[in-house]
Design a protein around this ligand. Structure first.
Ligand code: ZN
Ligand code: ZN
Length: 369
């Protein structure tokens, strides 16, 4: 009897608060792509507004979910630089090889192939990957088998566990790459606000760089995580004198070198901008749909000489240094604190509920279980 044909299992969210695992045919690939057997798909927006409100980004929908992940190469075509069995991190999105982001080794989110205005919703990002490969499945991370362009894979060193490597996307990875771009270094004072898994990733990166971290935070669960990571200074943003408290912790009271928002919420963004020293940097790493900051170029940028910066994802040029950082035992100890929950994909609903409740750090789904 012939062995049964390999199939794929994908996670879907047909209606808010309900998930289903559906069977689909095993993916097909074309030259330049690999099929990855995903082991861990960390939860990003799937466990917040997608689960509770069915509010999707352009690249996902009820049938197609997940963009973060690590796994093992399951199939490549002749001539590939990868081999079956290679353990890899997948950086989300496609790779055109010719645009500014691709030629300058920037984040693949900014590749022309991932721009819905240039390629259309069905031709960009993860949907574009699945459609360009004429595949019946595999564009997305919350599937047992996933397609990725080889240019957006990096091999995981043998000594590095999948659990640590899986923080390379929208948690530690985003923090690390934003801080490389901003040149955060030892002696800097970093203020973070709106602390969820993005800001926790920033905190790990800042402590790895021997920067001093101050957090504006109110959620006791996440304050406990930060204390366990080694954050010494927590300021309650509801305190009338929150700004004086933050300034007193900065060099000569002049303000922090870098302020980082992980939430996309104006409550934090407005406060963070006030606490930065002259010529300091303001970083936006979180986003909330519909949030609009009142911004005066004179008062918020020119008068304080602030640089505003933000970036999704991880620049290709930062991948190797980020993987090296993940091999550091102190970074691993902090990532262990950040990963508060792990579930088999067959129990994804419990994982999403926990993330909606905000009593968590980063939550992982093990897609093969
Ligand atoms: Zn490109
Ligand atoms: Zn993400």
């Amino acid at each position: 009897m012939a062995p049964a044909a390999k199939t794929n299992i994908a996670l879907t969210i047909p209606e808010p608060g309900k998930f289903e695992l559906v069977e689909r045919p095993y993916p097909h690939i074309k030259s330049g792509y690999a099929i990855i057997k995903t082991e861990i798909a960390p939860i990003c927006l799937e466990g917040s507004r997608i689960w509770s409100e069915h509010d999707f980004e352009f690249h996902d929908d009820p049938e197609h979910l997940g963009h973060e992940g690590v796994g093992t190469v399951d199939e490549v075509l002749p001539g590939s630089n990868f081999s079956v069995g290679d353990r890899v991190i997948v950086f989300q999105g496609d790779h055109c090889g010719h645009c500014h982001a691709c030629t300058q080794a920037l984040s693949p989110t900014y590749c022309d192939a991932n721009d819905p205005d240039l390629r259309g919703v069905d031709g960009s990002a993860m949907k574009g990957i699945q459609n360009r490969n004429e595949s019946p499945s595999g564009g997305f991370a919350m599937e047992r088998y996933r397609i990725a362009p080889e240019a957006n894979l990096i091999r995981i060193p043998d000594a590095l566990d999948f659990r640590y490597a899986a923080s390379a996307n929208c948690s530690f990875g985003v923090g690390f790459s934003n801080q490389e771009a901003m040149d955060v270094k030892a002696g800097d004072t970093i203020l973070v606000g709106g602390v969820g898994f993005i800001a926790l990733g920033h905190i790990i990166s800042a402590l790895y760089r021997n920067a001093t971290v101050i957090a504006l935070a109110r959620n006791p669960y996440r304050i406990d995580l930060m204390r366990r990571m080694g954050v010494e200074h927590i300021v309650n943003p509801d305190d009338d004198d929150w700004l004086e408290q933050v300034l007193a912790l900065s060099y000569k009271g002049q303000g922090v070198d870098v302020a980082i928002d992980g939430s996309g919420v104006t409550y934090y963004q407005e406060k963070l901008m006030k606490a930065v020293r002259k010529y300091g940097q303001v970083n936006f790493s979180g986003h909330t749909p519909g949030a609009h900051l009142e911004l005066s170029p004179l008062h918020h940028v020119i008068d304080p000489a602030h640089t505003l910066f933000g970036q999704h994802d991880v620049r290709a040029k930062d991948r190797e240094r980020m993987v090296r950082a993940l091999c550091n035992p102190k970074v691993q100890a902090m990532v262990d604190v950040m990963i508060t929950h792990e579930f088999p994909m067959s129990r994804a609903g419990e994982a999403f509920d926990i993330q909606v409740g905000k009593q968590c750090g980063k939550v992982y789904l093990w897609t093969q279980q």
